[in-house]
Design a protein. Structure first.
Ligand SMILES: Nc1ncnc2c1ncn2[C@@H]1O[C@H](COP(=O)(O)OP(=O)(O)OP(=O)(O)O)[C@@H](O)[C@H]1O
Length: 320
């Protein structure tokens, strides 16, 4: 695998965006976007509606041209070596189209005829990866939306791409479908060693399946964050927000307690206290507050720091 020309890429970088920009007339849809994805990584492209996620993905897969910048896939430029670059990509942009009166297997076989070197064994391999092995002989019209999405992913995987690109793959799925999709994506990244770029406007969803998120807003990069690192710090700690009668008094009571896991006690307003603690130590905090005469009205698990930040970045612009 080639290293990118600007030296940012590592040897296992499979997708690299450098200064990708899209202007239509006087409007800038995407502006100077740069990031990279390595083999086996699941990266979320995260932003509120209209942030430019679909435009970015359409440029990566060559459905629309770039005004400036370039994308390298497997070391090949989408601008100057498109045929070779796109061979590395399995992408689902809109809902995948299938022949509804044909079975899942026949749809995949039909598609495989158009792709090079896809064997029947490979069809069985990919359908197992997305959990459709028992539904292959059913007609696609009897598939649920989640099954269709997964058949789309199976189809995209047939030619062994090194990057899988999915635009809001969980849109329209129920919670069980979303959970399934998430698990299948993780196992695909692991089993196939493939890089996955997945777009979404929901941070909560991204946190559960991505190792990194690339946050964009109004077509610009806001931040690139590792997710796993934050969670690994101390996975036993829970962040809590307490609504109390007096946060100053509550804080001084808690500061006097000898609970090892109790950390980061902050006043978040006159009646709000934020803290991190182990699950098993929560009753001691509640008892101490009650014993010290502080009224406790509500305990909530706090959203992650990343979510707080994401809400700030996208304030007034987020449709969850
Ligand atoms: N062909 C076009 N001409 C002009 N403006 C466009 C065109 N396509 C998209 N846009 C605008 O560009 C911005 C980015 O759109 P895009 O679809 O990429 O956002 P998105 O992050 O994918 O949002 P969503 O989650 O709603 O799909 C939006 O303001 C959209 O209205």
């Amino acid at each position: 695998m080639k290293t990118s020309k600007n030296g940012q890429g590592e040897h296992n970088t499979v997708l690299q965006l450098n200064g990708v920009t899209k202007r239509i007339g006087s409007k800038t849809l995407v502006s100077g976007l740069s990031f990279q994805i390595a083999k086996g990584e699941i990266v979320g492209l995260l932003g509120p509606n209209g942030a430019g996620k679909t435009t970015t993905i359409r440029m990566i897969v060559g459905l629309i041209g770039m005004t400036e910048g370039d994308v390298h896939i497997g070391g090949h430029s989408v601008r100057t070596d498109f045929e070779r670059a796109i061979r590395h990509v399995g992408g689902i942009i809109e809902n995948p189209e299938f022949y509804p009166y044909m079975t899942g297997m026949d749809n995949l076989k039909q598609y495989a005829r158009m792709a090079e070197g896809v064997t029947e064994a490979r069809i069985h391999e990919v359908t197992k990866l997305v959990g459709l092995q028992n539904a292959l002989n059913k007609k696609v019209k009897a598939y649920s939306l989640g099954m269709r999405q997964r058949l789309g992913i199976a189809q995209a995987l047939l030619h062994r791409p090194s990057v899988l690109i999915l635009d809001e793959p969980t849109n329209g799925l129920d919670p069980a479908g979303i959970r399934e999709m998430r698990e299948y994506m993780k196992s695909i990244a692991e089993t196939e060693g493939i890089a996955i770029l997945v777009s979404s406007h929901l941070l909560s969803e991204m946190e559960l399946m991505c190792s990194r998120v690339v946050v964009i807003q109004e077509g610009k990069l806001v931040t690139v964050r590792s997710i796993g690192a934050e969670q690994e710090e101390d996975s036993n700690l829970i962040s809590l927000s307490l609504q109390v009668s007096n946060s100053e008094q509550a804080r001084s009571i808690l500061k006097g307690l000898k609970i090892d896991s109790l950390q980061a006690i902050e006043e978040a307003g006159p009646d709000r206290l934020a803290l991190s603690i182990r699950h098993e130590d929560i009753p001691e905090v509640v008892a101490a507050l009650a014993g010290g005469g502080v009224g406790l009205y509500r305990i909530e698990e706090r959203k992650s720091t990343l979510e707080d930040e994401f809400m700030k970045w996208t304030e007034g612009n987020r449709i969850a």
